[in-house]
Ligand binder design. Structure first.
Ligand SMILES: O=C(O)C(=O)Cc1ccccc1
Length: 310
């Protein structure tokens, strides 16, 4: 049996479309799962080699279920990311008219991307969340809802028709998906990489977040995502999911992570992986004093000082 990748299903999700852009899917069995936690647990249980799940969108930010699931439980690591531009279609059973729609469904992350369109076109319609956009389409096929926001490509799969296509409140809305597996050595740096971590702060005091961010700032590491998530230990207790530019093998990134490890009760490394859609030409040169060679020269100098050989 070929190795399998579990993904947020059922068939016809944006997740599946994004997953199929990875060349290695040609030799993998793709297994739709009912939820993000189910896909991740399939990896933890050794039933799937990897899971492919949505993690962030450009309209609403982090997809919290995914961030929360990666922050706790048996550790997993991100190996790849895929960016997909998203527009929605309003899918209905054949013959349904806009005026006949009383209920609509989709994944919760779809709502901020279609809210204005709904306000203008379906102002009195009741929204209910589905496990995924394709699951919403499946529920419309079953007659549970009148319409679903989903990819136009999902229509044929569920015997529906698109009443409207190209629905998107924000121009160029993109969703980011990640391929997640059990921890192993990250792929070698490409020069255009990203490092994801979740960090917990030691205690609540003025400047606590600033102290964490300084570890990146003083080493010239640019941040690409900062998301606070409740730890579940009472109001005001947060951990922070952070994406930083660079690879853990880059000295400035490694040193920033070591700095965090010294001051945080817990640091969870979620992986270093190539940035989607970014080439070497798009990557800024390191800030003065933060290149690998400058870190090495400084450690050599320190060793010489310690030896009295300066
Ligand atoms: O992949 C899907 O279809 C999903 O349900 C997740 C999702 C939600 C909103 C935008 C893109 C992907």
């Amino acid at each position: 049996m070929p190795a399998s990748y579990a993904y947020l299903g059922p068939e016809g999700t944006f997740t599946e479309v994004a997953l199929r852009t990875l060349p290695e899917t040609a030799t993998r069995q793709l297994v739709p799962m009912v939820s993000v936690p189910a896909a991740l647990d399939a990896v933890r249980a050794g039933e799937a080699e990897a899971a492919f799940v949505p993690i962030e969108n450009s309209v609403e930010g982090g997809i919290t279920t995914t961030v929360d699931e990666l922050a706790v439980g048996e550790p997993l690591m991100i190996y790849r990311e895929v960016l997909l531009s998203i527009t929605f279609a309003l899918l209905v059973r054949p013959g349904t008219k806009l005026s006949g729609i009383k209920t609509v469904t989709a994944h919760p992350a779809a709502q901020p991307q279609v809210r204005n369109w709904m306000r203008n076109n379906l102002p009195d319609v009741v929204w209910e969340s589905a496990a995924s956009n394709a699951d919403g389409a499946r529920l419309v096929q079953e007659g549970r809802y009148d319409a679903a926001f989903a990819g136009e490509f999902a229509a044929a799969r569920y015997g529906l028709e698109p009443l409207e296509t190209g629905i998107h409140d924000a121009e160029n809305a993109q969703t980011r998906f990640v391929l997640v597996g059990k921890p192993a050595r990250p792929a070698a740096p490409t020069g255009a990489d990203k490092t994801s971590v979740v960090i917990w702060q030691r205690d609540d005091h003025p400047g606590a977040l600033l102290e964490l961010l300084q570890e990146f700032a003083v080493r010239g590491v640019n941040l690409m995502l900062l998301q606070s998530r409740p730890t579940g230990e009472g109001i005001g207790n947060y951990c922070f999911a952070i994406d930083a530019e660079g690879h853990i093998a880059d000295r400035r990134v490694g040193e920033a992570l070591m700095g965090l490890k010294r001051i945080c009760p817990q640091v969870r490394f979620l992986g270093s992986y190539p940035r989607a859609g970014v080439g070497l030409a798009d990557v800024r040169a390191p800030r003065a004093g933060t290149s690998d060679s400058e870190f090495s020269a400084a450690s050599d100098w320190l060793a010489r000082c310690q030896d009295g050989r300066f």
